[in-house]
Design a protein around this ligand. Sequence first.
Ligand code: NAP
Length: 504
Amino acid sequence: MTLPAVEPAHDASFDPASGERTGAVAHSTGAEVGHILDSANRAAPALAALSPAIRQAWIAAAADAVLAVADELVGLARAETGLGVARLEGELNRMAASARFYAGVACEGSYLGASRDDLDGGSTLVRWNIPVGVVAVFGASNFPFGFGIFGHDVASALAAGCPVVVKAHPAHPRLSVRLGQIVRDALLNAGAPEGTFDVVVGFDSGLQLVDSPVVRAVAFTGSQQAGLALVERGARRGIPVFAEMGTVNPVFVTPAAAADRDSIAQGFVDSFTLGAGQFCTKPGLILVPAGHGFAASIAEAVSRVPAAPLLTAGIAAAFARGIGELNPHAAAASAPVKTEAHPVAGYEVSPRTIAVDLAQLTPGSRLLEECFGPVALVVEYDDPAAALAALDRLQPSLAASVFTGGDADTDADLAVAQLTRRVGRVAVNTWPTGVATSWSQQHGGPWPATSRPEATSVGGGGLARFVRPVSLQNATSIQLPLMLQPQNPWKLPRRLNGRLVPFE
Ligand code: NAP
């Protein structure tokens, strides 16, 4: 008797447009993950000792290598995510530009927090930030480049001087492995030590990373459920898990903004259906003044948006479940378009809105939790004060938008002030979906938007997650780190006896 062949553990690759399996990538074995971690651990001291400018050259080489095979990578991403070519090309180019940005942030040097005090009696005290060591990164399904193998978390950890081991997301395993190979080879060819960067595949490999004593910090982008599981797991060893998760990002439209009804309605629909609604910054709820026809204008705009595939069978199933949970609360729902008109292909779904009452936005309600995919709640209000009060009952979120009637709009001023206390970023008269990589970006927020409200996963502040401060008292000059030597060889801004001294 021949036994049926048992397929080795793997992440299967699927075409979201058809649901067909197109390949598979074997899971890393425990021994392979162990070897990668040992190698990363050995690389950590060298990375930490080198100047940010040297790491900048490596990161630039990796960005160049990725851009050199952009067509191949976009093709792989397209096949595994069903996202559009233009969207993926833009995301890949932004990934490369962001990597260079983080390397530049490291060279600017303020993230090192170098300071020196001369104490009474001729003694000295210096303080600066050192890289934490090996960082494990869990990328997200919905940004195969931006929050993937060489995305924000990876590039900012490398720039800060930490070796990185990335857990491939099963929504795009073939892309993850290929991109990982290109980045690893480019870093090594540019002179980075063996172990600077690697990729592992499989759920158990991810757990092995979090449990390994070698790993000193975890950066995660994904669902609240998985983020919470990893935060709890990391807490057993007392290591920080920077989990950036998904929330319902609210939009408040003031009565004075009603004159722009149709453009706001169209902008809202464009924003919540972007990438089939699979953005962590998706505006999931809009509060609009009653009596101005917003609901009808939004429904009209939704009816023009075609169905699109979600990323995975699991996300499609969760979307169907989520709609079922939200619908019992609905006062009205815009009918899903197209799916009735033709058979559903792959993981395709149609966008929709669900109308609910202001009074239903109560803590603990399912309405306040993210439904990943192209759905949003529409809430009409009569009294702006009641709408502002409802904003305070929502879960804290990554982002929010306020649409105003101009500069003299008190409702808008109140909403901005109120939302600032509850979200990571408030966008005025613009949509929250786009996230610029820049010094002033905050992509985070209070729980449950993230597990670490002081952190950001995008922007110049992102490096702070991967360093920790240390002081040296009464050290000889040879014992001082290079950045605090009198000649300032890394040309950094430093705080000397309390005064910030830029390098000139
Ligand atoms: P997910 O299901 O949360 O999974 C992310 C990663 O975590 C995967 O590699 C997954 O591995 C692993 N994982 C899941 N459960 C785990 C557990 N219990 N223990 C250990 N590892 C676990 O990912 P997703 O589908 O990408 O999630 C979409 C969510 O991400 C949305 O809510 C979206 O809003 C959010 N998101 C947030 C941001 C942000 O910046 N804040 C950006 C993009 C997306 P396996 O799949 O192998 O199990």
